[in-house]
Structures are given as C-alpha cells and as structure tokens.
Ligand binder design. Structure first.
Ligand code: PHE
Length: 411
C-alpha cells in the first residue's frame, strides 16, 4: 500500500508496518491556517495572545514528532489508547504526527521559557461529522514560577490582581476544590505551593474566558464551570466549560505540570501550570461557523467574510443538497474493520465532499462468525451542487478501495 519512503515538508521518511498516514492528511500539513492573518483561527490565536502580553508566542514549524516526545516524556503509560495506530497517525514506528501541543512542553521548558503560548496543528484519527476533523489546532499555554518563597510571592501578587478584576465582572464560576483525594497534589509538591499554582491557573483562565465570551453575552452573567479531570502530565487536573448558546461547551484541559516533565526539561527548581485548548471549537461558536470543514475552504465566500483581528458573525451561504449513499459488506474472514480506518479511507477518496459517516448496522453471522457492517455516507459539497452521478463515482471508488485495501465482500 505504501512506497518505501514518503515526502513530508520536503524530507523523505521511511515507511514500515505501522505507517497509516494518508495523502489527504499529508496535503494539510503545509497549510498552517493559524498563520493566515484574516483566518478565524489566526484571529482567535491573536486574541488569546493579547490576553497574555508578556508571554512568548511559539509556532513550531513541523508536526512530526517522536512517540517519545508526544507520549513517554509526558508520562503516558505504555498501554495508553492514544498510542494505537487506530487513534494516531504514524509515518513509521519512530515518527508520528503530534496529537496535542503538549508534545512541545519539554522542549520549550528546556529553552528556559517560563511564560509561553504555543499554537500548532494537531492530528487525530476520528469519526467524520460536522464537528470532527482529523487535523485541528490547539494552543498550549504555560507559566512557571520559582519553587521558593519569592516564586510564591510572585504568584500570590498575580493572583490578587486577577481576582480583583474578576470580582468586578459579571461572571459566575462553579468551582471545585483546588486539590482533592481524587485530584491529588503531587508527592513532590508542597501542598501550599500546589494550591497557589491551581488558584493562579483558575484565575488566569477565568479571566481569559471572560475576555473571549463575556463581550458576546452582556445581559446575563457568564457561567463557567470547573470539572475534575485526568491527564498523565498534570496533577491536579481540570477541564473547563462555558455556558454559551444555551449549552455547556468544553473549552480546555489544564493542571499543575507534573514535576517529572520539568525535571526532564532541566528546570527542576520551578513549579507551574499548563493548559491546552482547541481553537476550532471556540472559533465555531464565536463566529457561528456551522461546519468544521469550512476552516479549510478555498471558497472566496468563506475567507472574504473575515478581517484580521475582528470576530464577526459568519453568514452561511446556502447549503447544497446532500447525497446519502450506503455501503454494506462482510469484512475479510477473521478480521474487523475499525471505524477510523473506514473514515480515513472515505476521507482519502472523497476529501471534503464527505460531511458525515455513520455506522447504521453491524452484526456477526452466527454460523460463519463473519462481521457484516453497513455505513451511511453523507456526501455534500460546501461550494457547489453535487450531482448524484458524481456521488456515485466517488462511492464506487470507496467500494473498490474497501475491496482492495481491506478485502471486504460487498453485500
Ligand atoms: N494536551 C491535552 C489535550 O490535548 C490538554 C492539556 C494541556 C491538559 C495542558 C493539561 C495541560 O487534551
């Protein structure tokens, strides 16, 4: 299926038995939407950067990282599901596409940075629908303090300043304890220091969220809620949600940086916090962008609506009709077909003509033990009317690839 080497950003890399990156994905790597001045993702990045004026802004040039950097250095267990070829894109067993911006934490800390924001494209294999795309953008933020009394003085002063501002604003925060038995302080940390970090993290993010969402929602108070979470590289850890457009919207993950990450970076005398947020999800609600594929659209009706630095509501141009096609098949004897493999195949053949993929049936034949699957693919172009004939051609290509690549038997 794969040539012996593949070219990415002008360099050739060997393939091997775990290679699963597809041409559709490779074609996205050079695009770097977060660097296009009028693009909503870039404007949102600048807005967040302006909230942290003394933080350095980093945009690493390549998404290629070692699994060591993406996972091991951040204390992911060996059996973490994120490492599997069904969840992540591998060029070969030693090289992958970063699945999160946290992959750069150690290198940035090692560079002696103590206040930084890092924006990058990240890659995850996933289902296909209006809010999931295998490439999206994250922003990582971190702040370190000296793990001593003068560091504590610095953090307390900063927290006081943030708290005073928040007390004067129209925001309701559903908080949880900084530390709890299920969300513990790290054994390496003095609980007083860990509490001070968590308080500063919460205040910093609450004020960022107020800046992003507060202006849009002036009459009612802005509601933010903090939820206990788990990440291998932070403890305590949290997720934060905001009530916006009648729904709780998941915004970000964050926590107190695991000390072994800082040790690995050669800054063992520091303590600090980090957060990671997904830009698309936030941009979709702030700009009223209804489909995640639009961020990648070359249609002038998309980009012409935006000006650098301004968040204005997106006016949807008419939706073209959708075209549903079903495919039912038996998987090859003794095999399953992972939904993410099916979705990548469809994405590879149909590109952004595919809006949604749903599995509508699965059963195992009682005698032969073979698995039967049926998927419904919704084809719809975002910039023109797709004819039924055209959709049939694409569907036929999907079917041939299923037969050739996975040995399925069409029913
Ligand atoms: N990297 C995490 C994710 O992608 C988010 C995160 C970043 C959590 C930093 C904690 C600290 O889900």
């Amino acid at each position: 299926k794969y040539p012996p080497t593949i070219e990415i950003l002008g360099e050739y890399h060997p393939t091997d038995e775990v290679t699963n990156i597809t041409p559709a994905i490779i074609s996205k790597i050079p695009l770097r939407l977060h660097k296009h001045p009028a693009h909503p993702l870039c404007t949102l990045r600048s807005l967040i950067e302006s909230h942290y004026p003394d933080f350095s802004s980093i945009t690493p040039p390549s998404p290629l990282v070692t699994p060591f950097k993406n996972f091991d250095e951040l204390s992911f267990p060996k059996d973490h599901p994120g490492r599997t070829v069904t969840d992540s894109y591998y060029i070969n067993k030693d090289l992958m596409l970063r699945t999160h911006t946290s992959a750069h934490e150690v290198e940035v800390f090692r560079d002696q940075q103590t206040k930084w924001l890092l924006t990058a494209d990240v890659y995850r294999r996933d289902e296909i629908d209006g809010s999931h795309y295998p490439v999206f953008h994250q922003m990582e933020g971190a702040r370190l303090f000296d793990a001593n009394l003068s560091g504590m003085k610095e953090v307390e002063e900063d927290s006081e300043r943030l708290e005073q501002r928040l007390l004067r604003s129209n925001i309701i925060i559903q908080d949880i304890p900084h530390i709890s038995p299920t969300n513990p302080v790290q054994p390496e940390h003095d609980p007083v220091y860990a509490e001070a970090m968590t308080r500063n993290l919460k205040l910093s993010l609450n004020s960022l969220i107020l800046k992003l969402f507060g202006a849009q929602q002036q009459q009612e108070p802005l509601r933010v809620r903090w939820i206990e979470a788990y990440f291998p590289f932070t403890s305590p850890s949290f997720e934060v949600e905001v009530f916006f457009g009648g729904k709780w919207l998941e915004l970000l993950g964050c926590g107190v940086v695991v000390q072994s990450t800082l040790d690995a970076s050669g800054v063992q005398n520091k303590i600090g916090w980090a957060f990671g947020l997904g830009l698309e999800r936030i941009a979709m609600v702030l700009y009223s962008i209804p489909d995640i594929r639009l961020f990648w659209s070359a249609d002038p009706r998309f980009m012409s609506q935006f000006k650098p630095g301004e968040i204005t509501p997106f006016k949807t141009y008419s939706k073209y009709p959708s075209c549903f096609k079903d495919v039912s098949f038996w998987t090859a004897h003794g095999t399953e077909l992972h939904e993410n493999d099916f979705c990548d195949l469809v994405r590879d053949v149909a590109g952004d003509l595919v809006e949604d993929v749903k599995r509508i049936d699965r059963f195992v034949h009682p005698k032969t033990q073979r698995t039967s699957l049926c998927y419904r693919i919704n084809y719809r172009s975002m910039d023109r009317s797709l004819s039924n004939e055209e959709a049939n051609v694409v569907q036929q290509q999907v079917i041939s690839r299923l037969q050739n690549d996975f040995g399925v038997e069409i029913r």
